[in-house]
Design a protein around this ligand. Sequence first.
Ligand SMILES: [Zn+2]
Length: 130
Amino acid sequence: MNDKSHVSLEQHLCLVCGVPFDTGSLLLDRRLKASLEHRTTTGWGLCTEHQKMFDDGFVALIECDPQRSGAPSGNARLKPEQAYRTGRLAHLKRHVFAKIFNVPIADDQSCVFVEPGVIEKLQSSVAHAD
Ligand SMILES: [Zn+2]
């Protein structure tokens, strides 16, 4: 049985949680041949939940295991598809992030990859901040 189709639901992977979600777009095979899977992942985006966090002014910290992530050479940024997510996440207001890490953060930057231990340390320091 051939379960391919000439239309496919486009999906993006959420940068933050790595979960695929529907973009609401349909992909169409130009020759109308049944060449497509039911769902096609075409890139990265933000799922509804994390888009909302981003809109609310949060930046997501995504913990990655550098041992298992595709090692970026030199100072190259880790690409989303190379990152091995540990599953630990944190959200910080952008200005808080900039203050704690002492780095400016671009308005369109929705997430930052951090090494194991960073989020834990952050949460314990935030917990004691009051
Ligand atoms: Zn998400």
